[in-house]
Design a binder for this molecule. Structure first.
Ligand code: URA
Length: 433
């Protein structure tokens, strides 16, 4: 078999066979196939797509390229949750203790942020001494003892995806439905949960900008999960503005804790409750949607979810005083208002631009080697639908320099102010069972 023939076949929009996909995945993972041939195939896939069967095979080969985690030593039905990447998306920090509070074990391998999207591990590390390195036995013991463990990926999970993702990042082939679906699902399937809830983002801050594309991606991932033996559902949620009001690391932890303490940050709380409800239904803890939703909402109100979060932070070495006294989390030196140039209504907030502005301030990484400044970030003062007067703040930048010009300009440009009040603001578009 020759790689050039596989590239030619996909260039001509034909379907690849199981043997051809295996030849490519194995050959690229062990270095026999060079980057230039893999890039050519990725671009051909980008333009000509893959059938459902090809995408499922690609996913399976990527899972088989490395280790898989065996979570069978954890008691109970393990449900994983994964977001396709958003700005201000701190739902894992709420959802994990919330579902744990009704008895669902959470064994979560998480990632770091890259580019304009934040990562759960970075957020957790803004809590003093929080430790994300757990070996496999510690990971399992923590889930059995404390119901939650969140750790960085250990071992050699889906190494084919790791290599291919890095190549896609520099060859403009990230935003392809079969490539995203196989990339995400290979990691989820390798990390051993019984069921999976996917939060597929749609809008300006998401990889998939249109509802149609987001739905196609969601359908593809749900099919792959179900076909490979995991109960999988997807929630399609809005990313036409950041989620909640806070973007950054310590300030996202602060906002998540406030929701766990009962504060109603509308979109963030609603999405967290929706995802948690779906997870507990997959785990068969409740028999109806309403019963699940009400029990979970109750556990936000009565402090049970917050106690789970405290216990989890303590178990992973974090200083709980930092979350009991939120003003002791890292903060920045300067708090700069970005004011509205005009009267009107906030019609759009480009989530990707807000994520990039936060990265300029030091909250994210442009490259994997960059270090994170936990105290910097952005607080939105207005969200879509809010009325604003000229000179009133749209956002507050938390910075360690007095005049972060790039970030200010980027935030200002992200807001679109119109005379008319926008209608039809949506948070959850669809659930794909
Ligand atoms: N996240 C992933 O893990 N892979 C993709 O391709 C896109 C988002």
């Amino acid at each position: 078999m020759r790689m050039v023939d596989i590239i030619k076949k996909k260039r001509n929009a034909l379907s690849l066979t199981e043997e051809e996909i295996r030849f490519f995945v194995n050959g690229y993972t062990d270095g026999r196939i060079p980057d230039y041939q893999a890039s050519a195939l990725l671009m051909a896939i980008y333009f000509n797509g893959m059938t459902e069967q090809e995408t499922a095979l690609l996913t399976k080969m990527m899972v088989e390229s490395g280790d898989t985690i065996d979570l069978s030593a954890i008691k109970g039905h393990k449900v994983d949750k994964h977001s396709t990447g958003g700005v201000g998306d701190k739902t894992t920090l709420i959802v994990a203790p919330l579902v744990a509070s009704v008895g669902v074990p959470v064994a979560k391998m998480s990632g770091r942020g890259l580019g304009h999207t934040g990562g759960t591990l970075d957020k957790l590390e803004s809590i003093e001494n929080f430790k994300i390195e757990l070996d496999n036995q510690q990971f399992i013991d923590h889930v059995n003892n404390y119901k939650i463990a969140v750790a960085g990926q250990t071992g050699n999970l889906a190494p084919a995806d790791k290599k291919l993702y890095a190549l896609r990042d520099v060859t403009a082939t990230v935003d392809s439905i079969p490539l995203i679906a196989s990339s995400i699902m290979s990691k989820k399937l390798a990390s051993g949960a019984d069921s999976i809830v996917l939060d597929v983002k749609t809008g300006t801050g998401a990889f998939m900008k249109t509802l149609e594309d987001s739905e196609a991606l969601a359908q593809e991932m749900v099919k792959i999960g179900n076909n490979l033996g995991r109960n999988t559902i997807a929630v399609i949620s809005d990313m036409n503005q950041p989620l909640g009001y806070e973007i950054g690391n310590a300030n996202e932890v602060r906002e998540a804790v406030e929701v766990l303490q009962g504060k109603n940050v509308y979109d963030l709380k609603q999405l967290a409750l929706e995802l948690a409800t779906q997870m507990t239904l997959l785990a068969n803890v409740f028999s109806t949607y309403d019963e699940a939703y009400e029990a979970l909402e109750q556990n936000l109100k009565n402090g049970k979810a917050f106690s789970m979060f405290r216990q989890f932070v303590k178990a992973q070495g974090g200083n709980v005083a930092r979350i009991d006294h939120l003003d002791t989390l890292p903060t920045a030196s300067y708090h700069i208002k970005v004011n509205s140039p005009t009267d009107g209504y906030v019609n759009a907030i480009d989530a990707e631009a807000i994520g990039i502005a936060a990265m300029y301030l030091g909250a994210g990484r442009a490259t994997k080697e960059d270090t994170i400044n936990y105290g910097v970030g952005i607080t939105l003062s207005k969200k879509i639908g809010d009325q604003v007067k000229q000179g009133e703040p749209l956002a507050i930048l938390h910075a360690d320099s007095e005049l972060p010009k790039d970030a200010i300009a980027t935030v200002l440009k992200a807001f679109r102010i119109t005379e008319n009040e926008p209608t039809n603001i949506k948070l959850i578009y669809k659930v794909i069972p």
